[in-house]
Write a protein that binds this ligand. Structure first.
Ligand code: GAL
Length: 450
């Protein structure tokens, strides 16, 4: 590590226009799954099924953000957090996904947004963070092409009600994860499997992202419109050609397939032949409809993975050598702590000339938190954040597009199929009492942001 980077790690070094914040998602924090007219989402249903969530956890009240939002926003203000990225629950606004609007749902996010603005915190709204209305899944969900028009209706509603105060929108959160885990592997909601479900979901989510972005732009010409992608720095297990080729396939699928069509480059079929099968689902004028000139792109990077060629893994022919097997420092998610990954990913995405601004819309870590004399002394989380931020600064100094950084996440919350065990928060939550305690990492971030 360049010594000057270590000593320069202060907010000013990133410049006055850099966006700092924290990120979260409706399903992971709100609870109130059936309160005030909300319809069920695919995650409400999936999480209620047997053996879908580790340790038999149930989301229940999650962090009770639905009722405690004002206190949590107050806490954010105390922590000097200037931007809050959160998602809207589609089925809270449109319980059946389309049609009848739920006025209490509309009002809820009005109150959240107004409270943020009163506290001087800028709302950054994600329209879709994986919690599809269950009623739409019953009609085919992301495998059904009509989802583009269902999503359009929802997007227009959000623009109509919140566009007067919300100036930063992200259309989608990590399509690679909700399509891959939810429609190919079946380990996330809605629990579907198979290549054709997956390819349809990929294509329809791409179309919906561009269509939704166009709707926002037409309705709110002054809003900043972005969308977010997960990305992982990949390296081959050895320099053997088979591992190198396997790494390229995984890179194509995870890091390129979702963003490139939206940038007008089409699907990277030439570099991963299985993707050719997606052409069945593409209609002639889709290519034009798939691209959008985003104001910013969000990337969400946590780790590096090491890739091995594997004859036994269908389609991709590759497998991951987990961090625990490699005996390298890792988080509770079994993700290697590898700060250079974020530098590599900023560099990679910044190289697309079509990207105007690049913001790290998620980065953070889950560790076993230790209480010491009434405080959570989460040294590892603070070190993780500092280590990754130094690499963000390095990328910025080298002239790569680097326009913001959002920590995942404010409060410990419901970590999808992993349940409540991996705690990512800057703020500890006692899920029995809903008591919040700022961890030492949160105090560090507060002082950093001062
Ligand atoms: C992202 C996701 C978040 C959160 C985070 C930590 O993939 O967008 O919802 O779960 O990872 O695992």
């Amino acid at each position: 590590m360049d010594q000057s980077l270590a000593t320069d790690l202060n907010k000013a070094a990133f410049g006055p226009d850099f966006h700092w914040g924290v990120s979260t998602a409706a399903f992971q924090i709100e609870g109130a799954a059936e309160t005030d007219g909300k319809g069920l989402s695919v995650w409400d249903v999936f999480a209620s099924r047997k053996n879908k969530i580790k340790n038999g956890h149930r989301p229940g009240d999650a962090c009770n953000f639905y009722h405690q939002y004002a206190d949590d926003i107050g806490l954010m203000a105390e922590l000097n957090i200037p931007n809050f990225r959160f998602s809207l629950s589609w089925s809270r606004l449109l319980p059946a996904g389309v049609g009848a609007v739920n006025p209490k749902g509309i009002d809820y996010y009005n109150r959240v947004i107004d409270t943020l603005l009163e506290k001087g915190i800028t709302p950054w709204v994600t329209l879709y963070h994986w919690d599809l209305p269950h009623a739409l899944e019953q009609r085919g969900g992301w495998t059904h092409r009509d989802i583009v028009s269902w999503f359009s209706e929802y997007t227009a509603l959000c623009a109509q009600h919140y566009g007067d105060r919300v100036k930063h929108f992200m259309v989608m959160n990590e399509p690679s994860v909700f399509t891959g885990a939810g429609y190919f592997l079946g380990v996330h909601a809605p629990g579907r499997r198979g290549l054709s479900n997956y390819l349809k979901a990929i294509h329809h989510s791409t179309l919906a992202t561009a269509t939704g972005a166009n709707i926002l732009r037409a309705a709110l010409p002054k809003a900043q419109i972005g969308t977010t992608f997960s990305c992982t720095h990949l390296e081959p297990y050895t320099h053997s050609p088979s591992h190198i080729r396997a790494t390229q396939r995984v890179d194509t699928l995870l890091n390129r397939t979702f963003i490139e069509p939206l940038l007008g480059l089409g699907y990277p079929i030439a570099d991963f032949s299985v993707l050719k099968k997606i052409e069945k689902y593409i209609q002639p004028d889709d290519y034009d409809k798939m691209a959008f000139d985003f104001d910013f792109i969000g990337i969400q990077c946590y780790t590096r993975e090491i890739v091995k060629a594997s004859l036994w893994t269908p389609y991709i022919g590759a497998s991951i050598v987990k961090a625990s097997q490699r005996k390298v420092p890792h988080t509770l998610m079994n993700w290697e702590v590898y700060p250079e990954a974020i530098y590599e990913m900023i560099k990679k995405f910044s190289a697309y000339p079509q990207i105007k601004k690049l913001i790290v819309t998620e980065n953070g870590a889950a560790f076993p938190d230790v209480w010491q004399s009434g405080a959570v002394n989460d040294v590892k989380r603070t070190e993780y954040l500092q280590g990754y931020l130094k690499e963000v600064l390095r990328a910025k100094r080298e002239g790569h597009k680097t326009d913001g950084y959002f920590v995942w996440t404010l409060t410990d919350n419901f970590e999808w199929a992993e349940g409540f065990h991996p705690r990512f928060g800057l703020v500890h939550v006692d899920f029995e009492t809903q008591q919040r305690t700022v961890k030492n990492s949160g105090l560090w971030y507060r002082d950093f942001l001062k």
